[in-house]
Write a protein that binds this ligand. Structure first.
Ligand code: 0JX
Ligand code: SF4
Length: 316
């Protein structure tokens, strides 16, 4: 039986970012240095397959530091942690390695700097997301106000409208965040902040590639986990950029082939925490069913790399 023709657009960049690459390396190198078990507070990155693979190698994933013994190393996830977490590890004299992405740490430092300058902080982010919890936790409880939407900006209660600064989560929608920043600047003209927001290069680039790809595609899949903020944003960006069907899939077995009936063009991308092996699995599933012509939609080339912490570069 002849297979139907399908143009398969592949977004570039897609998949792993430098922060994810570094975080996974940190767990692997910690296992090499100290042996198993090494504890990891929260999923190192939001991907079940990455987590399962590291678990097989001897990592133990927990949600809270209180679940870790004093005498085994613990690693903090790429999303960052409140200041109280390393403080508690220090108090217990634990060995800990911080896998917080340097671009998230940069936001932590900014938040602290603004507070030191006497400014009240507003964080643009998603309530309960570990990165938002970590960034807000750089300052004492209740010091950072959270806004999630343009509507929140209208109701947020500040101490002094003339003494305000904002920071953002790194994995937000670039367009939604621009609207929220505009609303903040309209209500609080003196508010201090980054040039645009704190969304990182990887989030920005993956959304740009989707914007270029989506209008060409009858359908689009984002490889990523349901708890991955940056992956979920890619689905929204694809739908808004004009793709009639945009879905998140964890792997090939999640694909709803019936929903794709009759498509002639398909777009594929992946969140910053989705491993290439799963992207390839999805591409192969299409090649098995369709006569596929692959086309790249490349909007940026990335060459960012982050070093692992010195403790892991030093000999044991
Ligand atoms: O849910 P997020 O997009 O923040 O995290 P994920 O999917 O683990 O991506 C990599 C870590 C990103 C931190 O900024
Ligand atoms: Fe760092 Fe951005 Fe990757 Fe998050 S998505 S880990 S901020 S590079």
């Amino acid at each position: 039986m002849t297979k139907p023709a399908l143009t398969l657009y592949l977004a570039a960049p897609r998949g792993f970012c430098a922060g994810v690459d570094r975080a996974i390396k940190i767990v692997e190198m910690a296992l090499e240095k100290w042996g198993a078990p090494v504890f990891v507070r929260h999923e190192i990155v939001h991907n079940k397959f990455v987590v399962d693979d590291l678990r097989d190698k001897g990592a133990v994933f927990v949600e809270e530091l209180t679940e870790c013994p004093d005498d085994r190393p613990v690693i903090f996830s790429a999303h960052g942690v409140p200041k109280s977490v390393p403080q508690a590890a220090q108090a217990r004299e634990m060995i800990y390695v911080d896998a917080t992405c340097p671009l998230v740490s940069k936001v932590h430092i900014e938040a602290q700097r603004h507070a030191d300058n006497g400014l009240q902080m507003i964080m643009i982010g998603h309530a309960g997301h570990p990165e938002t919890v970590g960034t807000m936790g750089q300052l004492p409880d209740g010091e950072v106000l959270l806004v999630e939407t343009v509507e929140d900006v209208a109701t947020v209660q500040v101490r002094d409208p003339g003494k305000l600064a904002f920071v953002t989560q790194t994995t937000l929608s670039v367009d939604d965040t621009a609207d929220i920043v505009t609303a903040l600047q309209l209500r609080f003209p003196g508010i201090v902040g980054p040039h645009k927001e704190d969304i990182c290069y990887a989030t920005t680039n993956r959304q740009e590639a989707v914007k270029a790809m989506a209008p060409k595609c009858d359908a689009m899949l984002v490889v990523g986990a349901p708890n991955s903020s940056n992956s979920k944003r890619l689905v929204e960006v694809g739908a808004r950029a004009g793709c009639a069907y945009a879905q998140l899939v964890q792997r090939a077995s999640d694909i709803d082939w019936r929903a794709l009936d009759g498509i002639r063009s398909m777009g594929i991308t992946a969140g910053a925490s989705a491993p290439e092996v799963l992207i390839n699995e999805v591409i192969k599933a299409f090649s098995d069913r369709y006569d596929v012509k692959v086309e790249m939609v490349e909007t940026a080339v990335e060459n960012v790399e982050f070093k692992v912490p010195r403790v892991l570069r030093e000999p044991a």
